[in-house]
Design a protein around this ligand. Structure first.
Ligand code: AMP
Length: 295
């Protein structure tokens, strides 16, 4: 089974205390799609401008990502720039240039509309809802978000939450959304907003799943050196969805293992800047090795 992924397809300019790298391949959907592609075929929905480097299209193609839903239009690709503090956890957005995103209306090719697994990666909740409107009875829909949408599009996000099976957000967003400091209390409140499954990401401290089977604490893979954590959350949920779409049996039963895979793939993301082929291939090799070990 394939996974449909919609989200941002971006150029990222990233500054860390050690290095600055301009115009890397980024965006929530790009990170999630590459991560998901290690497990399952991925269908990408997004938009880029004519300035989008052809080598980035080739990288998607190397991962056999279906690009029928990627619009390439006149204008500038969404550009995000951010800077990390020395601890590599705190990040500040320097600039967001929407470019072609300003007029983006995601339109699903007919071949996408029957996808059973749908990841609404970080993007405006109204656009996430517009994608859902075009789907025919998906089996498992997960949405991701960011603080920006809690600040400027909360009513849209609350409407969306009633329509998704799973919701993924980070710990500060969970606290902001629910006004609860205690994470377990925050998770309880998020369930009341709609989603059956809630996953709270805690960066280097892993993630928590709350499902009808109870709570599950998933560790982050311990890394001796974090080069650039941009997109780690997207990689986590992309890999999780990729694994789930191919795993046999009930979702409830497979989710915990899916989170472990998500955690492993997210750690590859932190080891280098942007989405680069060599790193991605290294990730694929290791993931395959761990899958063989599982058998
Ligand atoms: P993460 O590190 O998981 O929070 O994801 C970082 C990715 O989110 C970067 O690759 C950015 O291009 C993307 N991003 C940043 N701001 C936005 C936004 N307003 N909408 C959608 N994607 C964004």
């Amino acid at each position: 089974m394939s996974v449909l992924i919609v989200g941002s397809t971006a150029l990222d300019s990233i500054k860390t205390p050690r290095r600055a790298n301009p115009r890397l391949l980024g965006g929530s959907a790009s990170h999630a799609a590459v991560a998901g592609s290690f497990f399952a075929p991925v269908k990408l929905v997004g938009i880029v401008g004519h300035d989008f480097p052809p080598r980035y299209i080739r990288l998607y193609q190397k991962h056999k990502i279906d690009l029928d839903g990627l619009q390439i239009v006149n204008g500038k690709t969404f550009h995000w720039s951010g800077e990390y503090e020395v601890n590599m956890n705190n990040r500040r957005t320097i600039e967001t240039e929407l470019g072609v995103f300003e007029t983006f209306t995601p339109t699903l090719p007919a071949s996408y509309q029957n996808s059973a697994f749908v990841l609404l990666a970080n993007i405006a909740p109204s656009l996430q809802a517009h994608v859902l409107d075009q789907m025919r009875r998906p089996r498992f829909v997960v949405a991701d978000t960011m603080d920006l949408w809690l600040n400027i599009a909360l009513p849209d996000l609350l409407k969306l939450l009633k329509r998704v099976t799973g919701f993924v957000l980070n710990d500060s967003e969970a606290r902001q959304l629910t006004q609860r400091n205690n994470l377990v209390a925050a998770i309880k409140k998020i369930h009341q907003l709609g989603p059956k499954y809630v996953i709270v990401k805690k960066g280097e401290h892993g993630s928590i799943l709350s499902s009808p089977r109870g709570l599950f604490n998933c560790p982050a893979f311990p890394l001796p050196c974090v080069v650039d954590p941009t997109g780690a959350g997207d990689s986590f949920v992309g890999a999780l969805m990729g694994y789930l779409s191919t795993a046999r049996g009930p979702i409830d039963f497979n989710l915990r293992r899916a989170m472990i895979y998500g955690s492993a793939v997210a750690s590859f993301c932190c080891e280098g800047f942007g989405l680069k082929s060599p790193r991605a291939f290294r990730g694929a090799i290791s993931i395959n090795a761990s899958r063989n070990w599982k058998k």
